[in-house]
Design a protein around this ligand. Structure first.
Ligand SMILES: Cc1cc2nc3c(=O)[nH]c(=O)nc-3n(C[C@H](O)[C@H](O)[C@H](O)COP(=O)(O)O)c2cc1C
Length: 323
């Protein structure tokens, strides 16, 4: 056990714990973030990635939806041109996000086809132009960070990191797989260690962190300053707290009935934000919440077929009675 894990790190003027929650599109929306906040009071949270044109033109009704309890909250954008950068930055600053993060890691075909996400790692002139314009628009009002991969088709994270440092970027998150590796290829720890050596800004590791032991091993191997918890938070909003308790030499366990109770609150938060269709995104997280309940797999098949929020609420209430 070491106090190291409970120290803060600085992105420019922003001081936050060194462990934070990753952005997961379709997962770490406002309802999940509110639930993460019940357990993790001060850790940095991120919005899901949104394209600058969308942000600048407020095309999605839930684009800036968050509750005050979610702060400190960073906003993540993707970009493949500089057309909407200034407008997007103004909207983000106006909504009081504490950091702007540029996604350069998304491997999804529809994203890379447009030249954004991880494809930006393969277009150095455009990368430099976008970062320069973003810095100009931000004018130091909130810190600016990047989230990158090991590279696009081949590794170039060190070059990208050095350019970022020269352009005044204040932090770097690295998910050390190539675009071709998706979210499952072996993690490249060597490139993370090389990136950490190449820059002075904080370097945050993102990839397969689901317990304290793994975090310690990755830290020993790479020397990174911080960690992001991603898929481990999926239907498991207490996970980051569980890891931090382990780091403090304590054990956190959550009773099955409490998992189901949190699932029930999650459903209500989804309905409040998305209306009746909020039951559908909830179904993605449901299996994790009920995995400890007797007969979980049959229950799961039954619950994911339910069509309405009322049916789902009643089914969860029934499970709670028998827990
Ligand atoms: C379903 C899904 C959605 C994701 N959405 C985003 C996103 O919007 N922005 C981003 O930077 N990374 C996104 N990621 C990548 C994660 O933030 C993280 O880097 C990756 O999952 C590895 O960390 P993990 O193993 O802890 O999940 C996503 C990953 C998954 C599986």
């Amino acid at each position: 056990m070491s106090s190291f894990w409970h120290e803060t790190i600085s992105f420019g003027s922003l001081k936050v714990p060194r462990v934070m929650a990753a952005p997961l599109d379709g997962i770490t929306d406002s309802p999940l973030r509110q639930l993460i906040r019940r357990y993790s009071k001060t850790e940095l949270l991120f919005t899901e990635m949104r394209h600058i044109a969308c942000v600048a033109n407020s095309r999605v009704p839930t684009l800036f939806a968050y509750e005050n309890c979610e702060q400190p909250l960073a906003y993540q954008i993707s970009a493949n041109n500089t057309r909407w950068l200034a407008e997007a930055v103004e909207a983000i600053v106006k909504h009081n996000f504490v950091m702007l993060n540029l996604n350069m890691g998304c491997p999804a075909p529809q994203v890379i086809r447009s030249g954004s996400g991880s494809a930006l790692m393969n277009n150095i002139p455009l990368y430099k132009e976008i970062v320069t314009e973003l810095q100009k628009a931000l004018n130091g009002r909130i810190p600016f960070t990047l989230k990158i991969r090991a590279g696009f088709k081949k590794s170039n994270a060190v070059e990208i990191a050095q350019i970022a440092q020269d352009l005044g970027v204040e932090g770097l998150v690295i998910h050390p797989r190539l675009q071709t590796g998706g979210f499952t290829a072996p993690l490249d720890y060597e490139i993370v260690a090389a990136v950490k050596k190449a820059v002075t800004m904080p370097v945050i590791f993102s990839g397969n962190i689901n317990n304290y032991g793994r975090m310690v091993k990755v830290h020993e191997r790479t020397g990174v300053d911080g960690f992001m918890i991603g898929r481990a938070l999926w239907g498991c909003p207490w996970k980051m707290h569980e890891i931090m308790e382990e780091a403090a030499g304590r054990t956190f366990t959550i009773p099955i009935a409490e998992m189901v109770r949190i699932a029930r609150i999650h459903l209500d938060l989804n309905i409040a934000l998305y209306g009746p269709r909020g039951v559908n995104p909830f179904k993605k997280q449901l299996p994790q919440y009920i995995r400890g309940v007797d007969g979980a797999s049959q229950l799961r098949s039954h619950l994911v077929r339910l069509q309405t929020a009322e049916e789902m609420a009643a089914a969860l209430d029934n499970i709670l009675i028998s827990c």
